[in-house]
Structures are given as structure tokens and as C-alpha cells.
Design a protein around this ligand. Structure first.
Ligand code: NAD
Ligand code: UDP
Length: 321
């Protein structure tokens, strides 16, 4: 098949492209390189089945493909809050353009939505029928509401135009190729511990998250795309940790002498998050397989190699397998 991956030079997109290329598909990687990097995909340069398109999805584009994995959108709060109007545009206009493309060429369309559509959840763990508790005017809204309208667009294109859609609600995912300055919690703690800096825990660290390793997530995305269930389907690892527990685990694995420094909790930071993955288990036969400490070790090894490589021509960061 010919498959388009928007946001393909980013963290999750590049791992997905690895799997699609390994399965002998033709892959079009589309990215504006806001948070993505050529180094994540450069190992496919020169392969005749791989094509790289520098494009911003807030502009229209015409392509011919069978499937579209729509991942283009900055995912870290630091990056999506850098230019919040652009984040809303990427989610609304960008998703509109990609759905318009899917409609025109009759391609199957998968939206990478997020657990953020549940906001600061009153229901725990979160099931897909929970409608969420989202602030419409806060600093996370450009992303949270942006993804909510992206889901709305997907379902309306389906109802109105018969577009064949799939919607994944992705929970916190981590692994090799996260940027050193990504700003999300796993990459922050790992880089801080490796560099001998204090681990910055926001608030008292009692808020919880559930962390899914990248290879597990990519497997879930591919099963959703190629299965019969439209979704929305939660994809995440239901093992739940407080942020302080995560800091202590990474501290133990890298540098037991590393300090923990408490910093103010950002506005609207969700108190807890854990997916109910019953639907993914039933509809896709999917559940995560990589335990936190195993995934963290691979992530630590990747960051260690990148941080110790002094030159910009460092080797491509490793794959998740
Ligand atoms: P990422 O920031 O590493 O990747 C996003 C990619 O999209 C980057 O390559 C970036 O350059 C590209 N991009 C951003 N805006 C664009 C635009 N206007 N036009 C073209 N390309 C653009 O993030 P990620 O962690 O790989 O996340 C990928 C997708 O998964 C995102 O849609 C995100 O919302 C979703 N998601 C991720 C997580 C997670 O924990 N990683 C959780 C929930 C949802
Ligand atoms: N966090 C933290 N220290 C950091 C970065 C994040 O304590 O250096 C906290 C953050 O406040 C949140 C959790 O870790 O409670 C997860 O943050 P992240 O940005 O990774 O993802 P999200 O909030 O979108 O789930």
C-alpha cells in the first residue's frame, strides 16, 4: 500500500514509519519539522519506497495514497504552548485538510487523538464513553480542544461524506527519539539525571500518569488502522505511577544521588490519568507488553548515546525494538 504519515519525522511518526517500511509499504512522510527531525528518518533516505515531503498541513496538499496516519501536531505542552494559535490551526485546519484529502482519494484515515480530550478527568480509569472535563480557555486548550474538534471533524466527515475513519486516543507515550528539549516528563527526568541536574517534579508529584512504550503504541495504531473498529479507542499502558514514583525510578536507574527539586504545578495539569483498555483488548486484541523499567532502560540508552555524541553528524537515534 501507499501510506501517508503526517508528522512522520516526529517521535511516534518515525517509529511508525520504521514498521511500515519494514512491512514493504510505500511510505510518504509529511512534516514541517517544527518538532520533528530529519535524523529520525534519514536511515530511509535513498530507499525507493520512501518519500519525504516538507509541508505544513495548515496548507492544502494533493497526494495519492491508500491510508493516512494523521499524527502532525506538537505533543509536548512546552511545544504546543509555544504558538498556541498555530496549534489550534494545525488541529482544526490541518485535520480538515487531511480529511478533505482522504475524502477526495477515498483513503482510510486514522486520527492520532489523545487522552487530553478527557481533560482533568472525574472518571478513573478513563473509558471512551467518558466525555471529559476540559477547560475551553486555559493554556492547554489549544491542544485539548484542538484534538476534540479534530475528532468531531473525523466523525462528521464519516457521517456526511462516508470517509473511512479510525480514531485513537493515545495516552502518554515514551521511548527513544524523544527530543532532549522535548519538555515532557520522561525525557526531562532522563536528561536531567544523565546530566547530573536535579529532577524537576512539578507540584508535590502526587499527580499520576500511565506510560506506554513507543513500540507497543505503534502496534496498537497499526491494528486499529487495519481492523474493523472505528473507535475512538484508548491506546495506552494502564500501569499508573505518580510523577514522584517515576522520578525515583529514573533516579535509581541512572544516578541514585540525583536530587529531586519541586517546582510549581502548571495550570490545568490533570491530577490523574489511566486508560481503560477493555475496548482495545476486545476490538484489536491489543495490550501493551513492555514493562516500564525495560522501556525506560532503552530510552536511557538512546539518550546516553545521543548526549555523549559531541558532533552534529551523530548516528541516527536507535529504533524501539
Ligand atoms: P512530536 O512532536 O514528536 O511529533 C509531531 C510531528 O508533527 C513533528 O514531526 C512535527 O514537526 C510535525 N508537525 C507539527 N505541526 C505540523 C504542521 N502544522 N504541519 C506538518 N507537520 C507538523 O509528537 P509525538 O509524540 O510523536 O506525537 C505524535 C502525535 O501523537 C500527535 O498528534 C500527538 O498529539 C499524538 N499523541 C502523542 C502522545 C505522546 O505521548 N507522545 C500522546 C497523545 C497523543
Ligand atoms: N512534569 C514534571 N516535571 C517535568 C515535566 C513534567 O513533574 O519536568 C509533570 C507534569 O506537570 C505532569 C506530568 O509530569 O503532571 C506529565 O507531563 P507531560 O508534559 O509529560 O505530559 P502531560 O501533562 O501532557 O500528560
Amino acid at each position: 500500500m501507499r501510506i501517508l504519515v503526517t508528522g512522520g519525522a516526529g517521535f511516534i511518526g518515525s517509529h511508525l514509519i520504521d514498521r511500515l517500511m519494514e512491512a514493504n509499504h510505500e511510505v510518504l512522510c509529511l512534516d514541517n519539522f517544527f518538532t520533528g527531525h530529519k535524523r529520525n528518518i534519514q536511515h530511509w533516505f535513498g530507499n525507493p519506497r520512501f518519500e519525504l515531503i516538507r509541508h505544513d498541513i495548515t496548507e492544502e496538499i494533493r497526494l495519492e495514497v491508500d491510508q493516512i496516519y494523521h499524527l502532525a501536531c506538537p505533543a509536548s505542552p512546552v511545544h504546543y504552548q509555544y504558538n498556541p494559535v498555530k496549534t489550534s490551526k494545525t488541529n482544526f485546519l490541518g485535520t480538515l485538510h487531511m480529511l478533505g484529502l482522504a475524502k477526495r482519494i477515498q483513503a482510510r484515515f486514522l486520527l492520532a487523538s489523545t487522552s487530553e480530550v478527557y481533560g482533568d478527568p472525574d472518571v478513573h480509569p478513563q473509558t471512551e464513553d467518558y466525555r471529559g472535563n476540559v477547560n475551553t480557555i486555559g493554556i492547554r486548550s489549544c491542544y485539548d480542544e484542538g484534538k476534540r474538534v479534530a475528532e468531531t471533524l473525523a466523525f462528521d466527515y464519516h457521517r456526511q461524506n462516508g470517509v473511512d475513519i479510525r480514531v485513537a486516543r493515545i495516552f502518554n507515550t515514551y521511548g527513544p527519539r524523544m527530543q532532549e528539549n522535548d519538555g515532557r516528563v520522561v525525557s526531562n527526568f532522563v536528561v536531567q539525571a544523565l546530566q547530573g541536574n536535579p529532577l524537576t517534579v512539578y507540584g508535590d508529584g502526587s499527580q499520576t500518569r500511565s506510560f506506554c512504550y513507543a513500540s507497543d503504541l505503534v502496534e496498537g495504531l497499526m491494528r486499529l488502522m487495519n481492523g474493523d473498529s472505528q473507535g475512538p479507542i484508548n491506546l495506552g499502558n494502564p500501569d499508573e505511577y505518580t510523577i514522584l514514583e517515576l522520578a525515583q525510578t529514573i533516579q535509581k536507574m541512572i544516578n541514585p544521588d540525583a536530587e529531586v527539586q519541586f517546582k510549581p504545578l502548571p495550570q490545568d495539569d490533570p491530577r490523574r490519568r489511566k486508560p481503560d483498555i477493555t475496548r482495545a483488548k476486545t476490538a484489536l486484541g491489543w495490550s501493551p507488553t513492555v514493562p516500564l523499567e525495560i522501556g525506560l532502560q532503552k530510552t536511557i540508552d538512546d539518550f546516553r548515546a545521543r548526549l555523549s555524541a559531541a558532533t552534529p553528524s551523530a548516528p541516527a537515534p536507535s529504533a524501539v525494538s
